[in-house]
Design a protein around this ligand. Structure first.
Ligand SMILES: [Zn+2]
Length: 87
């Protein structure tokens, strides 16, 4: 059963995919969401194949992401992390 919190997380991932440029190749609109059952990453860059995880629980990973992503999706992510829900 899905919770509103999960929906919020998905919204964050979608927003990242649509509004952020790839951290690796810096292209816009190349990030695609991976299927929910894809364990090790949430988003892939269509152009360069860069994999990234939005709902990561590691702060060190977050710090590698661009500022635009932090502004767009950090709040829902942090809420998920604080809820103690493991990926
Ligand atoms: Zn890329």
């Amino acid at each position: 059963m899905r919770t509103s919190r999960q929906d919020l997380g998905d919204w964050g991932e979608e927003r990242v995919a649509k509004s952020c440029s790839c951290p690796n190749c810096k292209r816009n609109n190349t990030l695609k969401l991976l299927p929910p059952n894809f364990k090790c990453a949430d988003i892939i860059c269509d152009f360069c194949g860069y994999l990234t995880q939005v709902k990561t629980s590691k702060v060190s990973d977050i710090s590698r992401l661009p500022k635009s992503l932090l502004g767009g999706a950090w709040a829902p992510q942090r809420e998920r992390m604080e809820s103690g829900r493991s990926p």
